[in-house]
Design a protein around this ligand. Sequence first.
Ligand code: ADP
Length: 396
Amino acid sequence: MNKKIMAINSGSSSLKFQLFQMPEEELLVKGLFERIGLEEEMIFSYSINDMKVKTVVKGKTHEAAIDFLLQFLLEKKIMGSLQELSGVGHRVAHGGEKFKHSSLIDMTALQQIKDLAKLAPLHNPVNAIGIEAFQKDLPDCPQIAVFDTSFHQTMAPKNYVYPLPYRFYEEDSIRRYGFHGTSHQFVATEAAKELGKPLESLKIISCHLGNGASICGVKEGKSVITSMGFTPLAGLMMGTRCGDIDPSIIPFLQYEKNLSASEVEVILNNESGFKGVTGFSSDTRDIMSQAEIGNEKAQLALDMFTSRVKQTIGAYAAELGGVDVLIFTAGIGENSAEIREMICENLAFLGIQIDQEENQKNNKKISSSESAVQVLVVETNEELMIARDTFNLITI
Ligand code: ADP
């Protein structure tokens, strides 16, 4: 039966939404509220078909944004009544070890999401605010939580336990969780469809390269290893995040520079990565144009980034016992032919060879005919994955 499903992604000062007709996966409207809580008004942009509109809306809370959104859907006649909404899927940052799958949100689940704020203090509380606001306006509409971490819950202990005293895992839940799970799962599924092969039959390395970046090794349709860790700070170098560094640098900075833990935390999260190395931007487009005109730090940052991605691909090929499919996704992965080329250079020994022309065109398949590994560019769509999970959970 046809159902309208809303996918929601609430951030600290933003709320993104996409409304789908399922199971056709037809996008009816998508939009974004920004600057929530910063002033008396927020900015609301939306697009229906190809028409884009940006306007200002009164109100300064997530609740106000959601009240406005529901009225907007009625006024624009996207829905005849709110009863037409069959389910709301919420992106939730952290599901800890509790949530191994997407889940219907009852009182217990909501409390568990709030309790997991210890592991994701910036995200889970605001995700819970979004859930509660929808529950208030639509008490009879099922709410589903789709976690950034749950796809990685299939990792074996050898890949998620840190070599620290084991009690920190037992007492404080310190372990690798991994993030971007919704995206890795979505692109792996789409890649298998594109190749006409069962997902379970493929060894896949998925590179989600955006402002945040992570890599995931997928075998038999399950996440085996991923580069983000206890938090999304681990793994690759990113727009403003440092990724993996020698952990001793942290106390060294505290002692030598007389910095507090929270000051170091800000440096590692917001002032490092591309921004930290180049000193001028976290955006690879700016960095590439500067590198072209001879900026050495810009070139160094690009070399560091692509080298780390390459090393991780090599490591994950070893972990998976080979690789059939290499996926590039997210802002950099989907758009930058130059960066994909730098990453794939000298990977022929792994069977990875790209076709320059196909790569330049951002084609879906960019591997050459000699390549043993299928190299694909797959557009990620976390909102659609949320809508799929929501639809599946409400129809069983
Ligand atoms: P987020 O993690 O914020 O969702 P995105 O997946 O949207 O990030 O990726 C954003 C990044 O993608 C930008 O910082 C930019 O560096 C990069 N990007 C987008 N388009 C291009 C392009 N054509 N060439 C190189 N980099 C690009």
